[in-house]
Design a protein around this ligand. Structure first.
Ligand code: MRU
Length: 362
């Protein structure tokens, strides 16, 4: 493993020496860990424009719902610093950059949520001098980042209380520090359980085709000294049938108003398996992932990625040329299969009819 340390001009807001995304205000860059290179290389890229950030999001250099929202917010800091014109020019430039960033990936609502939040602040400060408005935009992006880390920690405490000592958790994809501002959602629960003195072991599904489970979840848990074992996606039924797993615990890219959850493709299958084997199925997500404007899971746009990502493994062809491949990057788990949804504002029981609306009333 080779490492290119990210030398930031200040301590990282993620609170960790390794991180998915940070702003380096002195350098005027967004610093991202290139997650495509893990676990072989810990290599950080410095992004210098909103378009470079958009490309990093679309190409999965930085990925995970909260992390791409934070990256987009920081990209808008770069845009605000670059724009020295009047209020009209500033709002035009911020609007164009925001729309371009929000379109980089369609399913994770945190991306659109962060861009919309930044746009509201841009409208408030448009008439201020360039240096003042850029500073205010930076403060908002940093608040989004700090709030995400705090949300992950609160989710962690809540979820960890439900884990027994010696728990075995099955997770899918990567809903860890690498997918968030730091600490993680599903893996934040695991970290909090460990921090509370509980023994906890993670089974990570490989997560074809990007292998976020094998490459990223395994990397960050090993790095934190948490026991982890990788299983092929197809072996999830085997470990559940064996009675090895106390709980299936995943993150989310978008939670619809009725409690349906979009997450990495394969999540729905795991929820069906968990129900069949009477293992609790839990989702951990900050409230920035709740989308009250989307009525049900059927209304969530599902990203379709390229054939190449299925047909090539490490540059080698594994599907004959001419054979089509289908590549939905996410699926939707219906609320009735979700026993618990942990947020920083409390837990919901979607399978018992509780929805994000219930959280508002709590
Ligand atoms: O395609 P990815 O790697 O961005 O997908 C990520 C996931 O599906 C995560 O589970 C989700 O974003 C939650 S991250 C806390």
């Amino acid at each position: 493993m080779s490492a290119t340390r990210a030398r930031l001009s200040r301590p990282p807001l993620s609170g960790s020496e390794w991180f998915a995304v940070e702003l380096d205000p002195d350098e005027g860059t967004v610093v991202v860990l290139d997650q495509r290179r893990l676990p072989d290389e810990e290599h950080y890229e410095r992004l210098r424009s909103p378009d470079e950030v958009r490309r990093a999001i679309a190409d999965m250099v930085v990925r995970g719902a909260p992390a791409i929202g934070i990256a987009a917010a920081y990209a808008l800091v770069l845009q605000a610093r670059a724009e020295r014109g009047d209020a009209r020019a500033f709002l035009l430039a911020m609007g164009i950059a925001g729309r371009m960033l929000a379109a980089a990936r369609p399913t994770a609502v945190n991306l659109q949520w962060a861009v919309a939040r930044m746009a509201r602040v841009a409208a408030e400060v448009a008439h201020r001098p360039p240096a003042v408005r850029a500073e205010r935009i930076q403060l908002e992006a940093e608040a989004i980042h700090r709030e995400d880390v705090a949300a992950c920690r609160a989710i962690g405490v809540l979820g960890a209380a439900d884990l027994p000592d010696g728990a075995v958790v099955l997770t899918h994809c990567n809903a860890g520090a690498l997918a968030t501002g730091g600490y993680g959602t599903a893996l934040g629960v695991v970290r909090a359980a460990r921090d509370a003195g509980k023994r906890v072991r993670v089974l990570a599904t490989e997560t074809r085709p990007y292998l976020q489970g094998a490459r990223l979840t395994a990397w960050e848990l090993q790095r934190d000294g948490i026991e982890v074992e990788v299983v092929p996606d197809g072996a999830a039924a085997v470990v559940l049938a064996a009675g090895e797993v106390h709980r299936v615990l995943v993150g989310a890219d978008r939670v619809a108003r009725n409690g349906d959850v979009a997450n990495k493709v394969g999540t729905y299958g795991l929820a069906v398996l968990a129900r069949a084997h009477e293992v609790p199925f839990a989702v951990a997500a900050p409230t920035s992932t709740l989308d009250m404007a989307t009525p049900t899971g059927a209304d969530i746009p599902i990203e379709q990625r390229s054939r190449e990502e299925i047909a090539l493994v490490a540059g080698r062809r594994i599907v004959p040329d001419g054979v089509p491949c289908r590549h939905p990057a996410f699926d939707v788990t219906p609320a009735r299969l979700i026993d618990v949804l942990y947020t920083e504002r409390g837990a919901l029981r979607p399978a018992r009819g509780e929805t994000p609306e219930t959280l508002r009333r709590k």
